[in-house]
Design a protein around this ligand. Structure first.
Ligand code: DGP
Length: 218
């Protein structure tokens, strides 16, 4: 694993914070709340989301997810990964500029959703090697049944209870010491307060010189 310092010219680097979880676990709402409250406190933060459906690659992903296009499992896996790679330089530039990124889904979704289809876990991880490693992964933990009850799924390709159960197992297999598992069944404000404290600590650690690293950290 290669390491490098991301503190340049006295600028303290930002933190790369990733929120992961099943569909309907509350990631998007929590990302929005985090960015709003942290920027209100003067932290330079931005909300990001993968897949980024605005790029050419992202449009292919969007067509696949809405079942307007069919793609081989490995092909779509690599497109999701490419969608992250096309943002690598921008992620690094933002972090170097001291901006922290709160990212809704990242490589862990990439691996979990494809491996849940039966693809080999190591094969799924390989294209992610070399992407910036998150400083913190916040996993919004919710039973798949409970997530399914939350206002229903929107009808996209992966929004099916049995598939989400498989994804949940894969997410558990991917957890490492960089993860914080948060009970997403709690009231929205309680979840927010827990996440906010963890994010603030991670940003402070990065400002104090925590090393930047690349996937997959040991
Ligand atoms: P979202 O825009 O966060 O609702 O994600 C759309 C769907 O795509 C959702 O079911 C999760 C899935 N997904 C997100 N990222 C990836 C990825 O990298 N690979 C795969 N296979 N699925 C993903």
């Amino acid at each position: 694993m290669s390491m490098q310092s991301y503190c340049t010219g006295g600028t303290k680097r930002g933190a790369l914070i990733v929120l992961e979880g099943l569909d309907r676990s509350g990631k998007s709402s929590q990302c929005a709340k985090l960015v709003s409250s942290l920027s209100g406190q003067g932290f330079p933060v931005e909300a990001w989301h993968f897949p980024d459906r605005t790029t050419d690659v992202g449009k292919m992903i969007s067509a696949y997810l809405s079942s307007k296009a069919d793609l081989d499992d490995r092909t779509i896996h690599l497109l999701f990964s490419a969608n992250r790679w096309e943002k690598k330089s921008l992620i690094e530039a933002k972090l170097k500029d001291g901006i922290s990124l709160i990212v809704d889904r990242y490589s862990y979704s990439g691996v979990a959703f494809s491996a849940a289809k039966g693809l080999d876990l190591s094969w799924c991880k390989a294209p992610e090697v070399g992407l910036p490693a998150p400083d913190l992964v916040l996993y919004l933990d919710i039973p798949p049944e409970k997530a399914a009850e939350r206002g229903g799924y929107g009808g996209e390709r992966y929004e099916k209870l049995n598939f989400q159960k498989e994804v949940a197992k894969l997410f558990k297999a991917l957890q490492d010491s960089n993860w914080q598992v948060v009970d997403a069944s709690l009231p929205i404000e309680d979840v927010h307060n827990i996440l906010k404290e963890l994010v603030q600590k991670s940003i402070t650690d990065c400002q104090r010189g925590k090393e930047f690293s690349f996937l997959w950290p040991a």
